[in-house]
Write a protein that binds this ligand. Structure first.
Ligand code: ADP
Ligand code: MG
Length: 252
């Protein structure tokens, strides 16, 4: 499913826009990284994309239908969202937590199909041994995998995650990014906010550079230039190459 963002604006209060006339188009099956300094509007933009906030001007279309025309439940069948702090906070087993992700498809009680899909994703995410463990007994990496599984079992066409790697160690950061890349290849549009530029460059294919609510640049790897990044962060940044891969190196 594609997302077309047409000149959206957003303000929490009247005196200041947090998103300024932002336009872009997310295409199905791509992996997008939203990058920018703290407070640049990444989380706000993500909440606009998943309908938690409404733009004060402009509009967002999912394929050709305006996002605001979707009912909450219908939208949840198309868009999966994992907030920055991980999402669901209730105390339940890994199995029940993931099964809850089927809620947008379920009338009042989950059926056999919902249980089968849950079991399938538990296997796929190698969570079998944790299925009956309570979510407060998991490590950060395990919990993040559960959150992503829960968003995916809902079978969304768009998956949006706010800083999915921020609380993880290096190994689990890589694991999550690999997983998201695999998911994007299944024709799911994956959009994340992320601070680690090297991780973003290694796994994501498209980048959205956001500064003070303004879109500085949007596109493939070429937008990750020394000039753009230095402007984005107000820090002199070099891009070095090693084994044919580019890495970001701030001049500190
Ligand atoms: P980022 O995710 O890039 O760090 P945010 O989208 O969280 O940025 O915040 C963008 C701006 O909006 C910041 O100046 C922040 O203080 C402000 N902001 C965020 N959430 C709220 C809110 N609920 N009410 C008022 N201002 C907010
Ligand atoms: Mg944020």
């Amino acid at each position: 499913m594609d997302i077309e963002v047409k000149r959206i604006e957003f303000a929490y209060s009247q005196d200041r826009n947090v998103i300024n006339s932002l336009s872009c188009r997310f295409l199905s099956g791509n992996f997008y990284a939203i990058i920018g300094p703290n407070g640049s509007g990444k989380s706000t933009f993500i909440k606009l994309l998943n309908g938690l906030l409404q733009p004060t001007a402009g509009e967002i279309l999912l394929d050709t239908k305006a996002l605001k025309k979707y009912h909450r439940r219908e939208l949840a069948r198309h868009v999966g969202y994992v907030p920055q702090s991980g999402g669901y906070k209730g105390l339940s087993t890994v199995y029940d937590t993931i099964l809850l992700g089927r809620r947008p498809h379920v009338n009042w009680a989950p059926g056999r199909n919902d249980r089968e899909k849950t079991a399938q994703i538990i296997k796929e995410f190698s969570l079998d041994h944790l299925a009956l463990r309570y979510t407060n007994e998991l490590s950060g990496g395990e919990l993040q995998r559960v959150n992503i599984a829960r968003a995916l079992v809902q079978e969304p066409e768009i998956l949006i995650l706010d800083e999915p790697t921020s609380s993880l160690d290096l190994k689990h950061q890589i694991e999550v990014m690999k997983l998201l890349k695999t998911i994007s290849k299944r024709d799911i549009t994956v959009i994340i906010a992320i601070h680690d530029l090297n991780l973003a460059m290694r796994y994501a294919g498209c980048f959205l550079l956001l500064k003070e609510g303004n879109l500085i640049s949007f596109g493939g790897e070429k937008v990750i230039s020394e000039e753009n990044l230095s402007r984005l962060y107000d820090v002199k940044i070099n891009i070095i190459e090693n084994n044919g891969r580019k890495y970001v190196l701030p001049q500190i």
